[in-house]
Design a binder for this molecule. Structure first.
Ligand code: CTP
Length: 413
């Protein structure tokens, strides 16, 4: 999840439509989140929605009068259902009740939300895409009529946001619970990202590894995993199917990303190698420990009173990136390595690119970036080097993903 201060929706104009349901309370928080992310938000509410939350609340949160009836006469042409979607970047229905989805599927227009959705431009110079966040009881969601209607609106071009599974307002547990406000905000942000990795499968490693000495101690490093998680998120936003192999970090899994948690370098190697051939792109952002204790003590090592520290012997860990880069053509994804250095960044990145046999290395100064939300990068390939940033890790991740997309498309391999 991003921070709303990323202003990811800067310049966007969104039409937020509410149909009737308990989940209307989440629409209030969403309106605020969208505004904080830089969007202007116009709200339209069905009569049923007004029974769950007042237009006054939504007006106060968005700073704009709410349209709550198709008979609204305050606009000069008295046609709010037409005006609302002209110039809007998307119409987002939050929550979408079973009844509203049925109306959309049939093209009905007997109240302001379905009427506005039907009247929105779906082609031409300024189409207004429709995003729908269902919210209903699990039996209503699972009903063949609802499933049929959902398939129909998707076939007609709507994008579904959720629903999630979990505890419902009615007390039952199952599918149909609406996504939370920040999840909806992130899904809307993702919707607007260019789909430069559509149809691609991307494998990312992230975070540090932890190499056990005994049951209570080990060696690790200061990598936070933030850059790798940002790349996984940006790749998913760009339409890729993403597998994220994460070392021990406390970061939330980006939406839609398959996560495999590992601890040691050997475990990361064993998770990555068999999966690599099923992916088009491998991005190795993990700060893999170079060595591990040759033997892991079964019990906690104790001081023996001699004043001497135990002599630890180390073994080198497998180089995961180099191993993937050595896979035969046909099984080998496009490989991108990271170089975390403390000095002489470009020279080290160049040498690493040669040594690991990969087409692209992304270099950064480790101590300057570990744990922070921003970074400065340098891209090193056969052609030379190019700086990127400074910027937030998410902004850099999106720029990298655009670069990867272009390279996979064969324009610059
Ligand atoms: N890497 C890897 N497996 C390892 C070590 C590194 O996959 N056992 C990957 C990292 O994920 C990164 C790249 O190789 O993409 C470079 O990692 P880095 O730690 O900067 O380099 P090292 O190979 O460890 O070289 P050195 O310690 O000499 O800097």
């Amino acid at each position: 999840m991003s921070d709303a201060s990323d202003l990811d929706l800067s310049g966007r104009h969104l039409l937020l439509a509410l149909s009737g349901g308990v989940a209307c309370f989440k629409a209030a928080e969403l309106a605020r989140e969208l505004g904080r992310a830089g969007a202007t938000v116009q709200v339209v509410m069905s009569e049923a929605a007004c029974r769950f939350i007042t237009p006054l609340t939504m007006q106060a949160l968005t700073g704009r009068p709410v349209v709550a009836s198709q008979w609204e006469a305050s606009e000069p042409n008295a046609m709010p259902h037409i005006n609302l979607t002209r110039g809007a970047d998307a119409m987002v229905i939050v929550p979408a009740s079973a009844d509203l989805i049925a109306k959309l599927a049939q093209g009905r227009a007997d109240e302001i939300v379905s009427l506005t959705a039907l009247a929105r431009p779906i082609g031409g110079a300024r189409p207004c895409p429709l995003l729908v966040a269902p919210a209903m009881n699990r039996e209503m969601w699972a009903h063949p009529a609802t499933q049929r209607n959902v398939r129909q609106i998707v076939a007609d071009g709507a994008t579904l946001l959720g629903p999630a599974a979990g505890e419902q307002a009615c007390g039952e547990v199952g599918d149909g619970r609406m996504l939370e406000a920040v999840e909806l905000r992130d899904a809307i942000v993702a919707f607007f990202q260019p789909k430069v990795l559509a149809g691609r499968r991307v494998l990312v490693t992230a975070g540090p590894t932890f190499e056990a000495i005994d049951p209570v101690r080990g060696i690790t490093n200061l990598s936070s995993g933030k850059m790798g998680f940002a790349i996984a998120r940006a790749a998913a936003e760009a339409g890729a199917a993403v597998t994220l192999v994460a070392g021990p970090v406390h970061l939330p899994t980006p939406a839609g990303v398959r996560r495999i948690d590992v601890v040691s370098a050997q475990q990361m190697h064993d998770a990555v190698l068999p999966a690599a051939a099923q992916h088009d792109l491998f991005v190795a952002t993990a700060a893999v420990a170079d060595w591990r204790p040759a033997e892991v003590a079964g019990q906690k090592l104790k001081k023996d009173g001699s004043g001497r520290a135990p002599a630890l012997a180390f073994t080198e860990n497998p180089d995961i990136l180099a191993a993937v880069a050595r896979l035969p053509a046909g099984q080998r994804p496009y490989c991108v390595g990271f170089a975390a250095e403390s000095h002489d960044l470009v020279a080290h990145a160049r040498a690493k690119r040669e040594r690991k046999g990969v087409p692209l290395i992304v270099g950064n100064i480790g101590p300057a970036t570990f744990g922070r939300d921003d970074n400065t990068l340098v891209l090193v390939d056969a052609q030379g080097e190019r700086p990127l940033g400074p910027a937030s890790k998410l902004v850099l991740a999106r720029a990298l993903v655009a670069e990867f997309g272009a390279r996979l498309a064969g324009s610059q391999t």
